[in-house]
Design a protein around this ligand. Structure first.
Ligand code: PBG
Length: 326
């Protein structure tokens, strides 16, 4: 057998050569840190299924967000955990509700230095845990929910949010949010649409993080993981309705969808490296089964390579150091 003339290994010989020809590099500016703020607590609370992630007090939230700004992150995505829940998620639209006061706190802390985003969905605020209000027969009522989302969009904008993250998977939610924002004079508030959102088993740890009351599942509104074409369709519909950024979620099981959406739309594409993806790496690393830091960098690089311009990840702050040290 002849020796090979073409030797791809030549460019892999040293770290400097590999760095020279790397096709993909994630930057801190592309990472968004999701953060949880909980009403009625005086100390940050650890989330057992997400080691290293906390439910924050209003004070500790301000510190975390100010650090995110100093690190040059792409933004923060806020989730609120209220003390009281009800059938229609009243706490989500109340200007004094935990998420809205947290938006105001954070916006005052960072000004325009860091994009402030908030989850626009009522599942943290409903006593049944669904992302919408229920009809008499117990199903999630799409159009009645849209009215709540409109009010929630106005409340978040009034509190100073820069981007609302429409995550409830109701049909027409982006158009409704856009109309509500514009009607209230908030034409500058952007929409980060969770366009292509699958009903995933990997949201498990998040449900602990937000103290979810959900019994059952969200399969009548979130997508079937079997469907990629439908995922692209959802993204296109959201662009038509005025989405400024579209998102695919979860990320790792759906990298093919991230790529297809990236190729189909002309707005920035985000991907959410969700709780279960975080916890699997943390758990395996805690057992000594994988190299934690290498796994984090590989995860984020792969999501970016698949086509995500922006990545939501619980590792965002730490990743700044890891990506720099590569
Ligand atoms: C809905 C929402 C969820 C997540 C983000 N926004 C939960 C769900 O759809 O059940 C999950 C995020 C994660 O798992 O990290 N408010």
């Amino acid at each position: 057998m002849e020796n090979p003339v073409i030797r791809p290994r030549r460019l892999r010989r040293t770290p400097a050569l590999r760095r020279l020809v790397a096709e993909t590099a994630v930057a801190p500016r592309q990472l968004i840190l999701p953060v949880f703020v909980r009403e009625g607590i005086t100390e940050p609370q650890a989330i057992s299924s997400m080691p290293g992630v906390y439910q924050h007090t209003r004070d500790s939230l301000r510190k975390v967000v100010s650090e995110a700004a100093h690190l040059g992150l792409g933004g923060v995505m806020l989730f609120g955990i209220p003390e009281q829940k009800d059938a229609v998620g009243s706490g989500a639209v109340d200007p004094a509700g935990i998420l809205n006061v947290a938006i105001a706190d954070v916006a005052a802390e960072v000004g325009d230095a860091l994009p402030v985003m908030a989850d626009l969905c009522i599942d943290e605020f409903t006593d049944h845990g669904h992302c919408g209000v229920l009809a008499a027969d117990g199903t999630v009522d799409n159009d009645a929910t849209l009215e709540v989302y409109a009010e929630m969009a106005r409340a978040q904008a009034a509190a100073g949010v820069h981007l609302v993250g429409t995550s409830g998977m109701m049909d027409g939610q982006v158009a409704v949010a856009r109309t509500a924002l514009d009607g209230a004079g908030h034409t500058d508030v952007s929409i980060l649409a969770y366009s292509t959102k699958y009903a995933s088993a990997f949201y498990g740890p998040f449900r602990e993080a937000v103290g979810s009351s959900l019994i059952g599942d969200r399969r009548t509104y979130q997508q079937d993981p079997a469907n990629a074409r439908e995922g692209v369709r959802e993204a296109l519909l959201d662009v038509e309705q005025g989405a400024d950024i579209v998102m695919v979620k979860p990320a790792l099981g759906f990298l093919d969808v991230v790529r297809q959406v990236r190729d189909a739309v002309d707005v920035p594409v985000a991907a959410y490296n969700i709780s279960g993806e975080y916890s699997m790496v943390e758990a395996a690393a805690a057992n000594g089964w994988i190299d934690r830091e290498a796994a984090i960098v590989e995860t984020l690089t792969s999501i970016h390579r698949a086509g995500a311009d922006v990545i939501l990840t619980y590792w965002a702050a730490e990743a700044v150091r890891l990506l720099h040290d590569r």
